[in-house]
Write a protein that binds this ligand. Structure first.
Ligand SMILES: [Zn+2]
Length: 361
């Protein structure tokens, strides 16, 4: 038993010495390593080696700090690929590259920018970098706009990935002002046009009233010698010779450059071939070509009243025919001294021409 103990003891002693030596060697080696080398992290990004950093957490903090930057129009910074770290020992002379590595990491960032679009009638016209500027533009340019001008200002948040574009406040004001000016001009022109149309309509109404009054006055002055009223000449009941619509192109008594004497009838322009009816029943006394009158029909209605229909395209009756207000006596044409299809209508009483508008139209 004792012998065994002694054996063990000796054996242990023999073991202790090599262990000590090994431990001392390791310690020595570590010291040498620590004097010559330093522990660092090798940083790689998507498989690409960027360099060494001393503190892993320091770089991580800087990256986080960068991601959380909210300067200017930056709304969001997204770094999709984070760097990878490998512990390494390098010579103490080896420089670490914290800043360069951070820059490389930042290059991979996807930045989302937020700007404020100034809208006119809901459409973005320009962008500025702050909400305050957008509001200022809206407040300044939105004033003194007359109601009715098609100019509604607003703003909207715009997020753009990777592109940071916005106008300076002055530029934005310039753009919106230009649109405002155009809209105001457009509105004013429209108002002027409406006013002009209204004035023209009023003038036309005035003119029509004046003509009606003048026609009435003519009637009054002639009524001393000719008895009659609207639709009645010297006791003869009359009606319009055209059932189709017609435009009065020349009135009784008017002179034109093509005519040296006073106009003895009423010109009613309408399409070629329109049926002509007598203004009252009677007997045809003329139905032939009569110089500047062209094809002309004259109907005697009795009581000294005769009606003339000139420039006819065709004559459907002959002298001696009896006609009623339903007889198509001819059609509208442009024969004789005429510039276009129209009916020249005359009403004569005892051979004297009277204004047909005293009785018709
Ligand atoms: Zn005429």
């Amino acid at each position: 038993m004792f012998i065994l103990k002694g054996k063990i003891l000796r054996f242990t002693k023999e073991i202790i010495n090599p262990v000590k030596i090994i431990l001392l060697s390791i310690l020595f080696l570590v010291l040498v390593i620590l004097i010559k080398y330093k522990p660092v992290y090798l940083v790689t990004l998507s498989g690409k080696t960027l360099g060494y950093v001393t503190e892993k957490s320091e770089l991580e903090n800087k990256i986080n700090e960068y991601i959380n930057t909210r300067e200017g129009t930056v709304a969001l910074i997204d770094i999709e690929v984070m760097p990878e770290y490998t512990l390494d020992l390098v010579s103490r002379n080896e420089e670490t590259k914290e800043n360069e590595i951070l820059e490389e990491v930042e290059k991979t960032a996807v930045i989302t920018y937020k700007t404020y679009g100034v809208t006119v009638n809901g459409e973005v016209k320009t962008e500025v970098d702050t909400e305050a500027k957008a509001l200022e533009i809206i407040n300044n340019l939105g004033q003194d706009v007359e109601e009715g001008v098609d100019f509604e200002l607003g703003y909207t948040e715009i997020y753009t990935v990777g592109e940071n574009t916005f106008a300076s406040e002055d530029e934005a004001i310039g753009i919106v002002s230009e649109i405002k000016t155009a809209k105001v001009t457009e509105y004013e022109e429209e108002q002027a046009r409406i006013a002009a149309e209204k004035a023209a309509a009023e003038a036309a109404a005035k003119e029509a009233a004046r003509k009606a009054a003048a026609a009435k006055a003519t009637y009054t002055s002639t009524s001393t010698t000719v008895s009659g009223s609207y639709g009645n000449v010297n006791g003869i009941s009359i009606s319009n010779p055209l059932k189709a619509s017609a435009l009065i192109t020349s009135r009784f008594g008017e002179r034109s450059s093509s005519r040296s004497s006073s106009h003895t009838g009423l010109d009613l322009a309408t399409s070629l071939g329109t049926s002509i009816y007598p203004i009252a029943s009677g007997t045809v006394v003329t139905a032939s070509y009569q110089g500047s009158y062209g094809n002309m029909i004259v109907i005697d209605h009795g009581n000294g009243v005769q009606s003339y229909y000139a420039h006819c395209n065709s004559i459907n009756v002959s002298v001696g025919s009896s006609v009623t207000i339903d007889t198509v006596i001819g059609t509208v044409g442009s024969t004789g001294n005429s510039t276009g299809p129209h009916l020249h209508l005359e009403i004569r009483i005892n051979g004297v021409a009277y204004n047909p508008q005293n009785y018709l139209y």
